[in-house]
Design a protein around this ligand. Structure first.
Ligand SMILES: O=P(O)(O)OC[C@H]1O[C@H](OP(=O)(O)OP(=O)(O)O)[C@H](O)[C@@H]1O
Ligand SMILES: O=c1[nH]c(=O)c2nc[nH]c2[nH]1
Ligand SMILES: [Mg+2]
Length: 165
């Protein structure tokens, strides 16, 4: 989670678009894919960009929420993957799962279990979750918080040397 001692890695819309396009380029050697499953909500943005680049028109979403239950993190499925896409995977269709990042890997692990043969791609990865991802673009350290453009606003930044101007 986001603690005061963490490093920060702010990402602009422009950078996110470039990094998502780079992900699409990397995925060209893995596909073609029959469908994308975007993990909401953060995965919706890279999924749209990758779908455009790779000409994928069947796009499904899955919503999961992780929470701590008696010191064990559990996952609740808020919106499951449609039967149509599960059938597609069962019939040999190639499915691409997309999220914005993996951190601990808990979200990725849960969604992978729903689609064991799918290819899992994220734009960013932290070390703990990296092994859950097949393809990603940029790795950041575990103590870094990634700030996505849809979570930010333009605001004043204090000078590096301190002071107010
Ligand atoms: O690897 P993990 O430790 O599971 O963390 C990664 C997940 O956390 C964030 O989503 P979040 O659940 O905060 O919801 P959001 O996408 O709606 O912001 C992020 O978008 C990933 O889906
Ligand atoms: O915006 C976010 N940035 C992160 O680094 C992160 N890790 C888990 N969930 C996250 N959300
Ligand atoms: Mg998410």
């Amino acid at each position: 989670m986001n603690n005061p001692g963490q490093k920060s890695f702010p990402v602009s819309w422009d950078q996110f678009h470039r990094d998502s396009r780079a992900l699409a380029w990397r995925l060209t050697s893995v596909g073609p894919f029959d469908a994308i499953v975007a993990i909401t909500r953060g995965g919706l943005v890279p999924a749209a960009i990758v779908a455009r680049e790779l000409n994928i028109r069947t796009i499904e979403s899955v919503a999961v929420k992780s929470y701590d239950h008696q010191a064990q993190s559990a996952i609740k499925v808020l919106k499951p993957i449609s039967q149509q896409v599960l059938d597609l995977a069962q019939g040999g269709g190639k499915i691409l799962i997309v999220d914005d990042l993996v951190d601990t890997g808990a979200t990725a692990r849960a969604v992978r279990e729903m689609l064991p043969g799918a290819h899992f791609a994220t734009v960013y990865a932290k070390p703990k979750g990296r092994e859950m991802v097949d393809t990603f673009i940029t790795e950041v350290s575990q103590d870094t918080w990634i700030f996505f453009p849809w979570d930010m606003d333009v605001t004043y930044a204090a000078p590096i040397s301190g002071g107010t101007d």
